[in-house]
Ligand binder design. Sequence first.
Ligand code: ZN
Ligand code: ZN
Length: 346
Amino acid sequence: MTTVAAYAAPAPKAPLERTTIERRAVREFDVLIDIKFAGICHSDIHQAREGWGEAIFPMVPGHEIAGIVSEVGPGVTKFKVGDRVGVGCLVDSCRECDNCKAGLEQHCTGGSVGTYNAIGKDGEPTYGGYSTHVVVDENFTVRIPDGLSLDVAAPLLCAGITTYSPLKQWGAGPGKKVAVVGLGGLGHMGVKIAHALGAEVTVLSQSLRKKDDGLKLGADHYYATSDPKTFEELAGSFDLIVSTVSAPLDFGAYLSLLKTGGALVNVGAPEEPIALNLFSLIGGNKTLAGSMIGGIAETQEMLDFCAEHGIGSEIELIGASEINEAYERVISSDVRYRFVIDTATI
Ligand SMILES: [Zn+2]
Ligand SMILES: [Zn+2]
């Protein structure tokens, strides 16, 4: 075991503070990663504040990890010391179920292990990326291509894959009209990736406050959802809508914006259930679907795609002492577009 520095929430809703944690000794198939950058995902806040239910404390959040391999176990074949690597939302799974075999480790029926706020197969709690080092099995570590800087790559490990996976799965590409709801950490990645996939991209945001940014990020059109005329004008317009907001949304209104046979895929995770009139699905053979991050192979595919297209996250780099302030700013949507912690400041 090695003692390393970290930022942790000692209890639900408590501010995060500097502390030390134990990382396991490197096992046969493990890599030790010298973490350089860790993104702040809205789900870090949901979990640190128990918005999604009871959680494990102390909690070291962080599942957007980018760093350099500094030690490898004797059985490791995928990585060597000095490699640029990332870790996303998962650090283990059963590896035997149908979903694991199909590369859908995030849906492992034997129980996948979250990067933090989870119990590993060794019975120990997992701690995330707000830390200087992490030990991860090589099969849950991905390669960050040379073309991507580690700071702007970190948020791809959650925000990038969360939007890439549904866009790919639901056919975003040339000739398709795709809307992205919300221009935050997830949404801005959705816009960049949908644009790079060749789709005609529309941002549906509460206001026009970020319109200039949206167009620069690759959107072709930008509408304010606070304006009721938007829903009249865009009725029946889209092949695919990806909703990235984690506040409750009027899904019925958004379904009315789909073409016949279109799909609305939700990747946001509001804390409250929603009500939906199912006639908004029946009329027009529409699909309301969900999508949760992506598997390990797909995460690698996403990183390679982003490197090829020069796509990183738009970030605000912060020191670790600014984490609590950053949390408040994420909640009030005051970040363009992802906070990334420089872990050298921990
Ligand atoms: Zn996340
Ligand atoms: Zn499994």
